[in-house]
Design a protein around this ligand. Sequence first.
Ligand SMILES: Cc1cc2nc3c(=O)[nH]c(=O)nc-3n(C[C@H](O)[C@H](O)[C@H](O)COP(=O)(O)O)c2cc1C
Length: 142
Amino acid sequence: MNDLSFLLYRSETEMRPNSEAAGELLDSARRVNAEQALSGFLHHEDGFFFQWLEGPAAALDMVAGRMERDPRHHSLTYLWRGTQNDRQFGDWRMGYSTAAGSSILKWLAEHPVAQRERRAYAASVLAFLQERNVATEDQEAR
Ligand SMILES: Cc1cc2nc3c(=O)[nH]c(=O)nc-3n(C[C@H](O)[C@H](O)[C@H](O)COP(=O)(O)O)c2cc1C
């Protein structure tokens, strides 16, 4: 059985990108993720979060439960959940990007998928996060 699970969601937030509150959120998320062997990427733009998170199923479920109840965002919608053989973000960090680097809304407009093709939409979001992960790798203190 494959114990490596992943989730991808979109949520809505009033938190401002690169704010002190966003910094605090990232610090505590990174601490937990390091302890729980979770990896992923968070993009924060224009009132939205998009996040990929992956790791051992039990740890992922625990953190997902907390995130669903977290008042710092709302209207959390899972775009994709499942299991996989290999990590998509294997470099052991929780990267963070904002529209200052690249806009996901623009990306999605440039890579249109029909609204009912949910898997294709999720795959497009994942491709964006992977691209941002590579692009921000060198800039970030780890
Ligand atoms: C957009 C967003 C992303 C988050 N990402 C993570 C994460 O990757 N890992 C994590 O442990 N907590 C993450 N959190 C925080 C959790 O919701 C939660 O606050 C944290 O796990 C601590 O839980 P506790 O407040 O119950 O102690 C995130 C919260 C938000 C709003």
